[in-house]
Design a protein around this ligand. Structure first.
Ligand code: NDP
Ligand code: ZN
Length: 350
């Protein structure tokens, strides 16, 4: 065991604050990592404030981790001390069920071990995430940062990138498809870039007319202001796919009406009950599909990093001193970040 530091919430109503705790010494298959950067995902806010009802305290968020390998267990073959690596939302899974065998560890039938607030499969301790100076992770759940990639702007690919890439790939998005991205925050801005790189015609749906110019700079071909009924009506029956990153309950019906027949509305932001209710006719009469998607498997997380390197895609980030993490949460809720905060972990030493 060794002593680590990080920022954690002690309860759903207390702000994040510094905390000292113990990280395990690397097991045979483990990689120890000095964390250099960690992205700030809206899921971190949901969890720190127990908005999903599954939080375990103390809760140390952070699952967009980039760092340098400092030690490896004796059975580690894939990484060496000094390698630049990433860790996303998961740190373990059963590794033998149908989902794990298909490289879909996020759907592990026994439940994946998440990077924070989940019991470790070996010793039962509560996992602690990346708002910290270090982490120790099984080598299977570690990915390689492509050579030459900017480390800070690579961090959000570990969650925002894979969460938007995975469903676009799964549903076969390609040139000629019309894709709508709902919400331009951390996930949404990556969704625009990735769908565009896959060849789709991309439209951003946003509440904020002021984001239109920015969205075009990200690669969006069109922008629809979702609060403007006329603009919504103008795109009725238009889209093959919608990727919905909105983090709160919202009316799905006006969006479903913008899909073609056989169109697919993919939820990634919402896990609460749909409210107001869904009009089933919006699905039935056009054979439309309402789908969901959870992050992506480890092999695909490496794939999206490599895809971003190949296509010159990076996240738009604002660097953050960890001392300002609570303000950053308020600003994210107000939609005041372009488009991902990334913590510079060097500031943890201050
Ligand atoms: P952000 O806060 O960065 O962005 C969310 C965007 O949604 C905002 O920028 C805004 O875009 C839009 N939005 C926010 N509030 C509202 C509202 N009240 N009504 C309508 N639109 C709104 O969040 P992230 O991108 O980090 O995360 C998005 C969601 O995805 C979160 O719920 C997160 O937990 C979830 N998530 C899911 C994962 C999965 O595997 N399924 C993985 C990671 C995250 P605009 O101003 O353009 O309207
Ligand atoms: Zn996330």
């Amino acid at each position: 065991m060794y002593t680590a530091i990080g920022y954690a919430a002690q309860s759903a109503t207390t702000p994040l604050a510094p905390m000292t705790f113990q990280r395990r010494s690397p097991r045979a298959d483990d990689v120890a990592i000095e964390i250099l950067y960690c992205g700030v995902c809206h899921s971190d806010i949901h969890q720190a404030r127990n908005e999903w009802g599954i939080a375990v305290y103390p809760l140390m968020p952070g699952h967009e981790i980039v760092g340098k390998v400092t030690a490896v267990g004796h059975a580690v073959s894939r990484y060496q001390v000094g390698d630049l690596v990433g860790v996303g939302c998961m740190v373990d899974s059963c590794r033998h069920c149908e989902a794990c065998a298909a490289d879909l560890e996020q759907y592990c039938l026994e439940g994946p071990t998440m990077t924070y607030a989940t019991p470790d499969r070996v010793d039962g301790s509560n996992t602690m995430g990346g708002y910290s100076n270090s982490i120790v992770v099984n080598q299977h759940f570690v990915v390689r940062i492509p050579t030459g990639m900017d480390l800070a702007s690579a961090a959000p690919i570990l969650c925002a990138g894979i969460t938007t890439y995975s469903p676009l790939k799964h549903h076969g998005v390609k040139a000629g498809h019309k894709v709508g991205i709902l919400g331009m925050g951390g996930l949404g801005h990556m969704g625009i870039k990735l769908a565009k790189a896959m060849g789709a015609e991309v439209t951003l749906f946003t509440r904020s007319a002021s984001k239109a110019e920015e969205a075009r700079r990200q690669g969006a071909d069109h922008v629809v202001v979702s609060t403007d009924a006329e603009q919504m009506a103008a795109v009725a029956g238009h889209f093959d796919f919608l990727l919905d990153t909105i983090p709160v309950q919202h009316d799905l019906n006006p969006y479903l009406e913008t899909l073609k027949f056989d169109g697919v509305h993919i939820l990634v932001g919402l896990i609460e009950p749909v409210e107001p209710p869904l009009h089933a006719a919006n699905l039935v009469l056009k054979r439309r599909v309402l789908a969901g998607s959870l992050i992506g498997g480890i092999a695909q997380t490496q794939e999206v990093l490599d895809f971003c390197a190949e296509h010159g895609i990076s996240c738009d980030i604002e660097m953050l001193d960890i001392q300002h993490i609570n303000e950053a949460y308020s600003r994210m809720i107000a939609g005041d970040v372009k488009y991902r905060f990334v913590i510079d972990m060097a500031t943890l030493k201050a």
